[in-house]
Write a protein of this length. Structure first.
Length: 406
């Protein structure tokens, strides 16, 4: 007789687990999701071009998981970047490596991958149950609400892949937290990750530059430096290299309150070179035109300098000081944007609540995977790779355990 497997959560983690388990004749797989369709956050991830993974070496790749790197090493050994790229090709979407090392499907879209993925699951006899909202357990049976009905599901194996709290309108609203805590499963505080931060811009600056990218800068915080870009918003900063620092920045704000980042607005020029260029005759040029002409600074970068000038009364003639500011521009971040504005979340089910197979210690034969767990990763393919690989890892653990039991 086949073992009944119930997977709750139709995102990439649950979809990958469903794919691998349903390939085995020993399992009857049912996939539940609270929304009318599956893979909604996956589709959102592909809205601006689906960055599926990253091509860098395993050592550097693992570093992106910070304190969770050791946990993810066996997960990524089991289902690596190359395996994910091959899986995409099997789904009909060849991938390519961009100039930054990031990996994309050739269509740049998530929808072709998702359509093919769901079709394969259907062909492998996975039972799809949309519009089913999991509300907990009763007598070790799963309880779902669907419309006005309340149904009970008896299952042999459960995999929870309900996601974090980001983009709650797409289904991941964290309602599972209370359910698990009621069952004595430890869940750490959920916080924004890959998020923006509030900055007190002047009305002049935010009305002029909200929505503009600040490109080709280097951001420094503590001992870490990254070149790249990010977006100015009416409330602060977000995207790009801000996301790469978000974990450190959030931690600093939690510890000491508002924190400060340092920008090099002209990272390819030395401070001596900047001084030399700024000392060229200005003639009748305004300071903004002089900066534009001599240093080729962007409008946003010049706007930042004028923001500081207006606030602190920097003298236009203090070229040495201006050169230093260009190389060491300070921005104070007040707090992270709210969770409903972030790409992902940190925190979740603590790893001391699960065993090495990712089975809940307090709930035998109930496994967890993906963003529900207490880890985080930056954008750039790391987050999506980890979720898919985690789904594959737990599926293989279930397969191996079932094999040994038989």
């Amino acid at each position: 007789m086949k073992s009944k497997v119930t997977i709750i959560g139709g995102g990439p983690t649950g979809l990958m687990a469903a794919y691998l388990l349903s390939k085995k004749n020993k399992f009857s797989v049912t996939l539940y999701d609270r929304k009318p369709t599956f893979g909604r956050k996956f589709l959102l991830a592909g809205r601006g071009g689906l960055n599926i993974t990253h091509s860098e070496c395993k050592e550097k790749f693992l570093e992106k998981y910070g304190n969770s790197a050791k946990i993810f090493e066996p997960i990524l050994n089991n289902f690596s970047q190359k395996k994910l790229m091959s899986f995409c090709e099997m789904l009909g979407e060849k991938t390519f490596i961009g100039s930054s090392g990031r990996v994309f499907p050739k269509s740049f879209k998530a929808s072709p991958l998702l359509r093919s993925w769901l079709l394969i699951l259907k062909n492998q006899d996975v039972s799809m149950k949309p519009n089913h909202d999991w509300v907990g357990w009763e007598d070790n049976k799963l309880i779902f609400k669907t419309g006005i009905k309340r149904i009970t599901v008896d299952t042999d194996i459960t995999l929870l892949a309900l996601g974090g709290l980001s983009w709650p309108k797409l289904g991941s609203d964290g309602s599972w937290i209370k359910i698990l805590r009621r069952n004595n499963i430890e869940v750490s505080k959920i916080q924004p990750a890959n998020c923006g931060f509030f900055v007190k811009w002047s009305n002049i600056f935010k009305n002029r530059f909200a929505g503009f990218p600040l490109k080709a800068v280097e951001l420094s915080f503590k001992n870490k430096k990254i070149k790249g870009e990010f977006i100015i918003t009416k409330d602060g900063v977000e995207g790009g290299i801000i996301y790469s620092f978000s974990s450190m920045l959030r931690g600093s704000i939690n510890e000491i309150g508002a924190t400060t980042i340092t920008l090099d607005l002209k990272p390819d020029f030395s401070i001596e070179k900047i001084k030399e260029l700024l000392l060229k005759p200005r003639l009748k040029l305004t300071i903004t035109n002089h900066l534009r002409k001599t240093l080729k600074l962007s409008e946003v970068a010049i706007g930042l300098l004028m923001e500081l000038k207006n606030k602190e009364g920097i003298n236009n003639d203090q070229i040495s000081n201006l050169a230093y500011i260009i190389k060491n521009y300070k921005i104070t971040l007040d707090k992270p944007f709210s969770i409903d504005r972030c790409i992902s979340t940190s925190g979740g089910i603590k790893f001391n609540s699960i065993n090495k197979d990712f089975m809940l210690i307090n709930k035998p034969n109930t496994y967890v995977a993906g963003e529900m767990l207490d880890w985080e990763a930056p954008t750039g393919g790391y987050l999506l790779q980890a979720c898919i690989s985690n789904g594959a890892f737990v599926a293989n653990n279930i397969i191996n355990k079932n094999r040994h039991n038989n």
